[in-house]
Design a protein around this ligand. Structure first.
Ligand code: XUL
Length: 369
């Protein structure tokens, strides 16, 4: 596959040429990354391989590679949030907003990080301990307060520990009720915010309660204001559920509920790999881009976020390459999606000649038509 990627990239003109035929057409896409995407390289088996860099450096890098927005966990925006008063949190969030405005960078979303605290060992909103469930709701309200100050109405909920290691330890039915109660408390806290649920089938839990977009959109219907509960798709999470992320995109967009997107890639059913977009399966990436194009993703101001990490082997001087490469691959695939000969596609479809359709797509990706 890597050889295929090389051949494919070699067949295309360089993107830094501003006269490139599709640059103007694709400029409605705007790009975003989070501070955690400049990670220092640790994994469960070894320590960091790069020094931490400051938030200021990350912001500079984000701008250097032409991204317009940053996404935040609550404690990316206000570090050590649990030890701070509401007033202090508000003060620090305002300082951050000033910094972002000064750089012309938008805050895309804020997400409560509900998987680090000793209060969320047994889950957050679905913990068996009522004090811990209250902690999760109170912290989510602080996240909403930060989002309001940063000027975004989007709260992303990756339900990291809402599931079980052991099915008998919780009731699935009760967990649905608890999730709805938590979402309702957030919706009541601020009448303008929207919740984007980010499903993932496993990791860190053995089995999660909200594994797919279908689950996310179904639970949205049980809340006090279903219009304000949508979803975020992360490519790897769909792949880990054994689904095609392009289908998840089409499904969410049929409901007008795809409010954010984490593009990345994943080699099979293993740990979450955060690989650069298109790195493992270029054709699956192509179909995600086609789905975004046919649904006009971005028309309401949504961003393309890349939730990718540098390989552990990456050295400091190439620290942003996983992000700029993901964007370059995305742009190239936009060109490929726009230049696919739809008449030929339709002719294959009407003859029911999917063998020819398969080859048409392969050769198109290989630069042969
Ligand atoms: C976890 C993950 C997170 C969320 C944001 O798998 O992808 O980075 O996207 O909390």
């Amino acid at each position: 596959m890597q050889r295929l990627v090389r051949i494919f990239l070699a067949a295309c003109p360089p993107l830094h040429n501003s006269t490139h035929p599709f640059m103007a057409k694709s400029n409605r896409y705007r790009f975003c990354a989070g501070p955690w995407n400049w990670s220092p390289g640790q994994d469960p088996y070894g320590p960091t391989t790069r020094p931490e860099i400051s938030f200021d450096e990350k912001l500079r890098e984000l701008k250097r590679i032409g991204f317009e927005a940053m996404m935040f966990h609550d404690d990316d925006a206000v570090p050590d949030i649990d030890g701070k008063s509401a007033a202090q949190i508000a003060r620090e969030a305002k300082e951050l907003k000033k910094r972002l405005d000064g750089e012309g960078v938008t805050a895309e979303m804020v997400a409560p990080r509900l998987w680090f605290s000793p209060n969320t060992i047994d889950g957050a909103y679905t913990s068996n301990d009522p004090k811990h469930r209250q902690y999760a709701i109170d912290r989510s309200k602080r996240t909403i307060d930060i989002a309001r100050i940063l000027g975004t109405d989007l709260i992303v909920l990756w339900l990291a520990r809402e599931g079980t290691y052991l099915r008998e330890s919780k009731s699935g039915r009760r967990s649905v009720d608890l999730l709805v109660a938590a979402f309702d408390a957030m919706l009541a806290h601020d009448k303008k915010i929207r919740l984007a649920i980010e499903p993932k089938p496993n990791e860190p839990m053995d089995v999660a309660y909200v594994p797919t977009i279908g689950h996310a959109l179904a639970i949205a219907q049980l809340t006090r204001d279903p219009k304000r509960v949508g979803c975020l798709i992360e490519s790897a999470h769909s792949l880990l559920a054994g689904l095609d992320p392009a289908d998840e995109i089409d499904f969410a967009m049929a409901f007008d509920k795809l409010w954010s997107l984490h593009l990345n890639d994943q080699n099979g059913l293993k740990f979450d790999q955060y690989k650069p977009f298109g790195s493992t399966n270029l054709r699956v990436a192509f179909n995600q881009v086609r789905a975004l194009e046919r649904n006009q993703y971005g028309r309401n101001g949504e961003f393309i976020c890349f939730d990718v990490h540098p390989f552990r082997t990456t050295t400091t001087e190439h620290w942003s390459a996983h992000l700029s490469n993901s964007r370059r691959t995305f742009d190239l695939l936009v060109e490929k999606a726009r230049s696919l000969d739809e008449k030929k596609v339709q002719a294959c479809v009407s003859r029911r000649d999917y063998q020819a359709l398969d080859q048409l797509v392969i050769e198109h990706l290989l630069g042969k038509g």
